[in-house]
Design a protein. Structure first.
Length: 160
């Protein structure tokens, strides 16, 4: 299967929300304190439409959205972004798509930020190993208070 990555468009909002919700259900994260309760989940084309905030979707050969990733400014800390809402449907895992999404996001982030932060869940072990392969280092306290209080695993990466 061949995948393409592009910036999110308004027509993609509902479809990426479905992808994210499906992944959250898969990992038992369909509750408050995760992306599940994010009020902007259906408005990514608006939220990630500035120079410091971008979201990309991954599509299959039929133009069906199978994943996505975002970079957003981390409020309250200068020069730090957050890797946001990186999810891929099970059928696209193990294909190299996650690497393409991560490379896209980090290459963009390097232009505007010095460090990249992320929060994830304890049971997302494959994701944690993936982040560590990319040089993310685990930290034990949040950099800032986010609405994702259930995400109890945190990482930071130097970008420059």
């Amino acid at each position: 299967m061949k995948y393409s990555i592009r910036e999110i468009e308004e027509k993609d909002n509902k479809e990426i929300e479905k992808v994210i919700r499906a992944c959250l259900i898969e990992f038992g994260a369909d509750h408050e304190g995760t992306a599940w309760a994010d009020p902007d989940l259906c408005r990514f084309s608006e939220i990630y439409n500035t120079q410091l905030n971008k979201y990309w979707v991954a599509t299959d050969e039929n133009d069906k959205i199978v994943g996505g990733v975002g970079i957003g400014k981390l409020n309250g800390i200068d020069n730090v972004c957050e890797l946001q809402k990186m999810y891929c449907l099970p059928q696209s895992r193990g294909t190299g798509l996650s690497h393409k999404l991560m490379d896209t996001a980090l290459n963009y982030a390097k232009n505007y930020y010095g460090r990249c932060y992320l929060e994830t869940l304890e049971n997302m072990l494959a994701a944690q190993k993936f982040y560590e392969k990319y040089g993310f280092k685990r930290i034990y306290e949040p950099l800032v208070k986010t609405e994702h209080f259930a995400c109890n695993i945190r990482y930071i990466k130097e970008l420059k």
